[in-house]
Design a protein around this ligand. Structure first.
Ligand SMILES: O=C([O-])CC(=O)C(=O)O
Ligand SMILES: [Mg+2]
Length: 240
């Protein structure tokens, strides 16, 4: 299941805060990842989840520092994921070693992957910050992942930052963090959130000019009428 081009484009513009509000109206309370932050401050990310699951490492299996690119699920995932997908890693929130690094991010970027989200740590973060590739993590740790993590499978349901992520869910990131939108509601949520953001921008402008929050935020009927009239006048400006 994929979004329309219009919905995908709208998700590039909306805030994660407004997304959580629209999801809440549909009954989804747990949609924003905890403790997962952008590595670059002005980040934006939209794509479809490609999930990768790690479990705790065990010394007899994970002492290899030479990763097998044909067998290691982390490495196979990197070569399997496609354009417009987001690699979302379940690292159990464990930041006592990295979960991914700079060369692997570079490979994802070259393949047209939309971004990377992990609830573990990243290594090489100074170099990752230089890439034009949206990356979100819980922290930084210089040690390679196999010391702590055993990649076990990919494209299965996972938890990341305390939120369920199903393969194909829509992942949206801004400089606040990451929201997971279940794919079956993503089209509706994209359009509604775009409208909410437009209204909130207008309301914030009114408050900045001195309007009381009473009657403005949330908007009462007369404020909504004023907003609709303003929107109509804007459309007329666009199409004379
Ligand atoms: O060894 C790792 O954990 C991965 C790494 O450093 C990189 O991709 O640059
Ligand atoms: Mg490295």
């Amino acid at each position: 299941m994929k979004l329309s081009a219009e919905a995908f484009d709208k998700l590039q513009k909306v805030s994660t805060a407004s997304l959580t509000s629209e999801l809440l109206k549909l009954g989804f309370r747990n949609t924003f990842m905890r403790g997962v932050h952008p590595v670059r401050s002005a980040s934006r990310l939209v794509g479809y989840a490609f999930t990768l699951r790690y479990i705790p490492a065990r010394d007899d299996l994970d002492l290899e520092v030479e990763y097998d690119n044909w067998k290691n699920p982390q490495r196979v995932a990197v070569e399997t994921i496609g354009p417009d997908e987001v690699l979302v890693i379940d690292a159990r929130g464990d930041v006592s070693a990295a979960s991914f690094g700079h060369i692997l991010c570079t490979r994802l970027q070259y393949k047209g992957v939309a971004g990377l989200v992990t609830d573990g740590a990243l290594r090489d973060t100074p170099s990752i910050r230089e890439l034009d590739f949206p990356t979100y993590a819980r922290g930084a740790h210089a040690t390679t992942s196999s010391v702590v993590h055993h990649p076990v499978d990919f494209q299965v349901p996972i938890g990341c930052g305390g939120v369920m992520v199903q393969p194909g869910d829509v992942i949206v990131g801004d400089s606040e963090g990451i929201v997971v939108i279940p794919i079956h509601v993503a089209e509706e949520v994209a359009h509604k959130t775009y409208e909410r953001d437009a209204l909130e921008t207008w309301l914030q402008h009114k408050v900045a000019q001195g309007a009381s929050i009473r009657g403005t935020y949330p908007p009462d009927e007369s404020t909504l009428i004023e907003y609709q009239q303003w929107r109509k006048s804007q459309e007329q400006v666009k199409t004379p």
